[in-house]
Design a protein around this ligand. Structure first.
Ligand SMILES: [Zn+2]
Length: 233
């Protein structure tokens, strides 16, 4: 039973990762399409828009990555501190801790005799005891308190992927109509991101694709308008 629980925990974490990456891509996409169109609205020339888009990609990516790192690190250290408190409590007050576990089982509907036996058994193995206590009291497994570095890198990476999509026409060509291509690529990517969110939340892929498209268009439209106004004055 313990092992089953353990596996489930990890599966949820990996699913959470994919979800976080999709939101990261969405962040990068909305940020940079607005940024690029805001600049393009003022018509400052191809090179300026391209430079602005590259700067926004780098600045946004590092901001997302460092933010993720710091918040994960803080959460991990807090968990580790609390796990340490629990570890000491188990060493110093084993009887009280066993009773705590027993009461918890009883409160979940296990009859007293069985709860007594279960909690006594669990307390015999220090590792299992710690895992059970921290999972019940903190909702976290001592071996899975979060990984700040991978989280930071994936956050930076997913933002950069999203930010790169509307920037591609500005990087690849210097003629033609890069604004139009930014919009076309941005719209396709938005719909794809929205559909993935819909698929994850099981709330309808088409509705979510449309929703994301509206949000992205709104952001891009507003900044383009502001760019036009401010740029021509
Ligand atoms: Zn405890």
């Amino acid at each position: 039973m313990a092992r089953e629980h353990y596996g489930e925990h990890h599966r949820q974490i990996s699913e959470g990762w994919i979800r976080a990456s999709i939101f990261g891509i969405s962040d990068g996409l909305v940020t940079n399409i607005s940024f690029i169109l805001g600049f393009a609205g003022a018509n400052p020339g191809h090179n300026v828009v391209r430079l602005a888009g590259v700067a926004a990609l780098i600045a946004g990516g590092f901001s997302m990555g460092s933010g993720e790192y710091l918040s994960m690190r803080a959460q991990k250290e807090l968990y580790e501190y609390e796990i340490d408190v629990e570890r000491r409590a188990l060493e110093e007050f084993p009887v009280a801790e066993q009773q705590e576990l027993r009461d918890l089982f009883v409160s979940r509907g296990i009859d007293e005799e069985l709860a007594d036996r279960l909690s006594t058994d669990l307390m015999r193995d220090p590792d299992l005891a710690l895992r059970t206590h921290t999972r019940e009291e903190l909702g976290v497994d001592p071996s899975a308190t979060g990984a700040p570095w991978p989280a930071a890198i994936s956050s930076l990476g997913s933002f950069a992927i999203g930010a790169l999509i509307p920037l591609l026409p500005w990087l690849l060509t210097s003629s033609g109509n890069p604004i139009l291509w930014s919009l076309i690529l941005g719209a396709i990517a938005s719909a794809a991101v929205g559909a993935s969110i819909g698929w994850f939340t099981k709330r309808g892929t088409i509705r979510w694709a449309f929703r994301q498209l509206v949000v992205t268009s709104l952001a891009a439209g507003v900044t383009f308008g502001i760019g036009r106004l401010v740029g021509t004055h």
